[in-house]
Design a protein around this ligand. Structure first.
Ligand code: BES
Ligand code: MN
Ligand code: MN
Length: 458
């Protein structure tokens, strides 16, 4: 490995410049104005992987393209017995708003105090690029890879697309050939000194509710006390979904929640999470949530109910005395094993309809969702990952879960039935989805080394 590590160290400045080029393409998948940029970004990535000596192609879909690149040998000869690793990532990014809160423009990457600041820096271009550069280092120094890799990189992760899931289902026989597992870096380390294997992801259910009252906004003096207010009805409905103590009040919601194992509670307790630090970081007086669970337990292994946006009536300057015609809320719930998004979606929809007062009308969109994931930590690939993190970061890795979701992971697991190794190089404080998103430059270099070790260990 010595020459590989030397190659990484000698080329790290160029690697960083290339990552900046990747990041400069504003591949925002949710906004159609950026469709051209998403396409451009896929092409950039495909060309980049091809130049490393891989067989790279763009796979068009009904949504944004998938970039696929594989091989293990510079000459493109296939070794039928070679073990194969799929490396997943996403080249699409979140929108950049609120734009006025960025200290440097979101798509003009800038290095300040050891971090690379830009949209996509940590989620997921920077983390994904660690694997790309590890493959380059191995190919350049040895002429071939220690195992076969297959990059599958999507452009729809941030916008609910299912093109990659569909592709996996279609190609499953071919993808499963010689497969050891799937490697993903699209999550976080435990903290800046503690790399981690993430063995759990939460699932999600999303729906939008609209409460309808009078045919249009009406005078609240003329009709107040006579016509029901949709915004108040909506507030009441929501108040019956979750208590001020964080307990979800929807009957049956917790039925399938798998309890934490004792060893998990012990492990999390040993991580000694700093509640005070989090309060300070987010400028909060108190944290929130179910009493009988610690912060890490609530964030990783308990389901949630959230309003992501609530709107209706007059929100402009000054007063406007009306009873609004409608009020709406966007709701998402994070799920944990063994909750099923379809079952929970129906349960919640039925409950909302059952508690809606008669003086308004309720419309709920069809719930959509993704399953939670729990990985078997005894798989040899997880052990190889642990070792690689130790080698790359010089520290023992922790076993953690992640409160977020990566929709396609469940499809990888269900269709290919092989271990999914989640090893994040980001930090929760990197500001993914927020203004001033960043990626620690040191993590980028250590991530490249870790990935090189991993391919070697496998
Ligand atoms: N990389 C994130 C997942 C993630 C979130 C990892 C938090 C670590 C911490 C991913 O890109 C993401 O944002 N997922 C979405 C999926 C959703 C839109 C279905 C999420 O979790 O909200
Ligand atoms: Mn991501
Ligand atoms: Mn994301």
């Amino acid at each position: 490995m010595r020459e590989v590590l030397e190659y990484i160290e000698q080329n790290q400045d160029r690697f960083l410049e290339e990552l900046k080029d990747f990041i400069r393409i504003p591949s925002v998948s949710a906004q159609s104005a950026h469709d051209g940029d998403v396409q451009k970004c896929a092409t950039w990535l495909k060309d980049h992987l091809k130049n490393l000596g891989l067989q790279a192609e763009i796979i068009e879909t009904k949504g944004h393209p998938i970039v696929r690149a594989g091989g293990g040998n510079r000459n493109g000869q296939k070794d039928p017995s070679a073990k194969r690793l799929i490396i997943y990532g996403h080249y699409d990014v979140q929108p950049d708003d609120p734009i006025d809160q960025w200290k440097s423009p979101p798509f003009e990457p800038e290095i300040r105090d050891g971090f690379l600041y830009a949209r996509g820096a940590t989620d997921d271009k920077g983390q994904l690029f660690c694997h790309v550069k590890a493959v380059e280092a191995l190919l350049q120094t040895r002429g071939k890879l220690p195992c076969e890799v297959l990059f599958l990189i999507e452009g729809e992760e941030e916008s609910n697309g299912d093109s990659l899931a569909e592709y996996i289902r279609q190609q499953k026989a071919e993808l499963a050939q010689n497969l050891t597992g799937v490697v993903i870096s699209d999550c976080s380390m435990y903290d800046e000194n503690t790399p981690a294997i993430t063995y759990g992801l939460r699932g999600i259910v999303a729906m939008e509710v609209q409460v309808k009252g009078p045919i249009n906004d009406v005078h609240s003096g003329t009709y107040g006390g006579v016509v029901g207010n949709p915004a108040i009805a909506l507030a009441n409905i929501i108040a019956q979904c979750i208590g001020t103590d964080g307990r979800i009040l929807i009957p049956g919601f917790y039925d399938d929640v798998r309890q934490l194992e004792d060893f998990e509670r012990e492990n999390y307790a040993r991580l000694n999470f700093d509640d005070q630090g989090l309060k300070k970081e987010l400028s909060l007086n108190e944290l929130f949530g179910e009493q009988d669970f610690t912060t890490l337990e609530r964030a990783w292994a308990r389901p949630t109910f959230e309003i992501n946006g609530i709107f209706g009536g007059y929100t402009g300057q000054g007063n406007k005395t009306i009873i609004p015609a409608t009020a709406s809320a966007k709701i998402t719930m994070r799920l944990v094993a063994d909750q099923d998004p379809k079952k929970i979606g129906k349960l919640v929809k039925d409950y909302l309809e059952s508690i809606c007062p008669d003086y308004v009308e309720l419309q709920v969109t069809e719930p959509s969702g993704e399953k939670p994931v729990l990985v078997d930590v005894n798989d040899p690939l997880v052990r190889a990952g642990m070792e690689a993190l130790q080698q790359g970061f010089g520290r023992d890795a922790a076993y953690i879960r992640c409160g977020g979701s990566i929709p396609v992971v469940d499809t990888f697991w269900q269709e290919l039935q092989k271990c999914v190794l989640l090893m994040g190089f980001g930090l929760d404080t990197d500001g993914a989805h927020s203004p001033n998103e960043r990626f620690r430059v040191e993590s980028f270099f250590k991530g490249i080394k870790t990935s090189a070790y991993l391919l070697d260990n496998v």
